[in-house]
Design a protein around this ligand. Structure first.
Ligand code: NAI
Length: 324
């Protein structure tokens, strides 16, 4: 089976080459992202393997189908970048529903601690033998209320971590359930009572810009917002305004709504044309990582193993439990 692998990074190549050994799957790695201009690279392939910044809209789906491509293997959990209506009956789409909820939840907590204890600033200061503590005052997490939006695999692990810190957990989920130590509530109450809000729900038309200017107006002044889920859950312009007006006390962003052409690339020698992102990054209380939350050895191995077995199941058995 030949698979055109888009947006390939060195760490992908290493983990997928190991996972595919003796599987009969041959990956052809392309640095470029999948879109209408690059879809023709999949000519002769049985499937494509894609990540979060690749696009399968109707045009790409039709192009892939016309090239004889049968499978789309997402090497991630979220699938908001694939138009499933357009792929229906033409391309079979599989994903990796879970590879390490711990990787993402731990990154969310790492960002929160870094931000509120100013570790990123202290690191730079002490590298320069500046041992002043001025401006580094943080706050305790113990006793604070965290609002977790989306209590699925990652949200649950994040809540467990927060409980370990002695925090009170409020949760909002489309499908609330009984969970020890977690109080499910409506979004408005979660907004009103949370000192920290962490987003762990998928991006859907319903959740698009759920953190809007109106939503922020309902939050506690000085709230911390963490987003390790999908960028467009937050209206970035509204967030920027709220940071400027000091309504929001800090933001930890592993994802950004216009990250597609930016994240995962070294743009250090370039002029960034996205003014909102550029301005957010200049803020002392905004921490940005470039969709890094998944990036652990354990997650990379699981992603590669599950993707390979998804493709083998489709080809050999004609069905796969991870099909969308
Ligand atoms: P999951 O499917 O286990 O949990 C999602 C939860 O959100 C479910 O409980 C669901 O009922 C709930 N939900 C769905 N729509 C909702 C809505 N409109 N409002 C509130 N809750 C809603 O997914 P998992 O594995 O926990 O992943 C969560 C998200 O994390 C993914 O959708 C993905 O976007 C993101 N992610 C980010 C990564 C990163 O590297 N930054 C890596 C992996 C996932």
């Amino acid at each position: 089976m030949k698979i055109a692998f888009f947006d390939a990074k060195q760490y992908d190549k290493e983990s997928f080459e190991i996972a595919a050994r003796d599987s009969g799957i041959e990956f052809k790695f392309y640095d470029t992202k999948l879109n209408a201009d690059t879809a023709s690279l999949a000519r002769g392939a049985d499937g494509v393997c894609i990540f979060v910044s690749d696009t399968v809209d109707r045009e790409v789906a039709e192009k892939l189908h016309s090239l004889g491509v049968k499978y789309i293997a997402l090497r991630c959990a979220g699938y908001n970048n694939v138009d499933l209506k357009a792929t229906e009956g033409k391309l079979r789409v599989v994903r990796v529903p879970a590879y390490s909820p711990y990787a993402v939840a731990e990154h969310a907590m790492a960002m929160l601690l870094t931000s509120i204890r100013r570790i990123h600033k202290a690191y730079i200061r002490t590298k320069d033998f500046n041992f002043s503590l001025s401006g580094l005052t943080g706050f305790d997490l113990h006793g604070k209320t965290v609002g977790v939006v989306g209590m699925g695999k990652i949200g649950s692990v994040f809540s467990d971590i927060c409980r370990g810190f002695g925090m009170r957990i409020l949760a909002y989920d489309k499908y609330p359930r009984e969970l020890e130590g977690v109080e499910f509530t409506g979004l408005d109450r979660l907004f009103a009572e949370s000192d920290i809000i962490s987003l762990h729900c998928p991006l859907t038309p319903e959740s698009y810009h759920m953190i809007s200017g109106d939503a922020i107006a309902k939050m506690k002044k000085g709230v911390m917002i963490i987003n390790t889920s999908r960028g467009a859950l937050i209206d970035s312009d509204a967030l920027l305004e709220a940071i400027k007006s000091r309504r929001v006390g800090g933001a930890c962003l592993d994802v950004y709504e216009e990250e597609g052409d930016l994240f995962f690339e070294d743009l250090s020698g370039h002029i960034i044309s996205d003014d909102t992102l550029a301005r957010l990054i200049t803020m002392p209380n905004v921490l940005v990582t470039s969709h890094q939350a998944f990036l652990t050895n354990e997650a990379l191995k699981n992603i590669a193993d599950v993707t390979v077995s998804n493709l083998l199941e489709l080809e050999r058995d004609g069905e796969c439990a991870n099909e969308l």
